[in-house]
Design a protein around this ligand. Structure first.
Ligand code: SF4
Length: 206
């Protein structure tokens, strides 16, 4: 089976499983999404969604977050892991948004990735889910599945992202990102396999 045919089969299966995927991190605007994505590093989305209501009650804007000490922010994100680093980055990012961008989250990859602690994956999620820009953020699930399904042989997230972007049209990137992640979490972890799933056996057919 050609790579393009594999890509089509995978997209069909994911569409069937998750026809209307929702953005998993609760947010109300670009800033609260940025904060939630930064908190999600090495933490589940469910845990982030438990923590953000308390944090946003005291700081749901760059101005409010920038005015807090990192120690105070840390008290609101205590169960998210890497709390000192995340708290420092949240305050520094909020201060940069206030000082350099007039209090508005910037809407370009270059400006987002220049913020403290904001890498390409975080910037891609914000660009796509907050601003509607075509982006295909590759996380650990997508990296694993793309290689497992023969959609990429890349050894880096950058190469896997490049391969996936070549395989799928731009308007599908955001939804496919969500579907890949949902599939990886629900059915196809690093170890184990959904017993009724036939994707891999079908991908091996001629
Ligand atoms: S057959 Fe198993 S490993 Fe392959 S996609 Fe389905 S759940 Fe994942």
């Amino acid at each position: 089976m050609k790579r393009s045919e594999r890509a089509e089969l995978v997209a069909e299966e994911l569409l069937r499983a998750f026809p209307d995927p929702e953005v998993p991190l609760h947010h109300k605007d670009p800033f609260t999404l940025l904060v939630a994505v930064m908190l999600s590093a090495q933490c589940t989305d469910a845990r982030v969604n438990l923590v953000t209501p308390g944090l946003f009650a005291v700081a749901d804007t760059p101005e409010k977050m920038a005015a807090l000490s990192w120690q105070e922010v840390r008290t609101h994100i205590a169960s998210c892991g890497l709390t000192e680093t995340k708290a420092k980055r949240l305050v520094a990012t909020a201060q940069a948004i206030v000082q350099k961008h007039g209090g508005l989250v910037p809407s370009s990859f270059e400006e987002l990735e220049a913020l403290p602690g904001v890498g390409h994956k975080t910037a891609s999620v914000v660009m796509n889910q907050a601003f509607g820009f075509p982006a295909f953020p590759v996380d650990t699930h997508i990296f694993r599945l793309a290689r497992r399904w023969g959609l990429s042989r890349g050894n880096s997230v950058e190469k896997v992202e490049e391969d996936l972007k070549h395989l799928y049209p731009q308007h599908l990137w955001g939804e496919l990102h969500l579907r890949f992640v949902l599939w990886g979490r629900a059915f196809c972890p690093a170890r184990g396999c959904r017993p009724t799933c036939t994707i891999c056996s079908r991908l091996k057919e001629e």
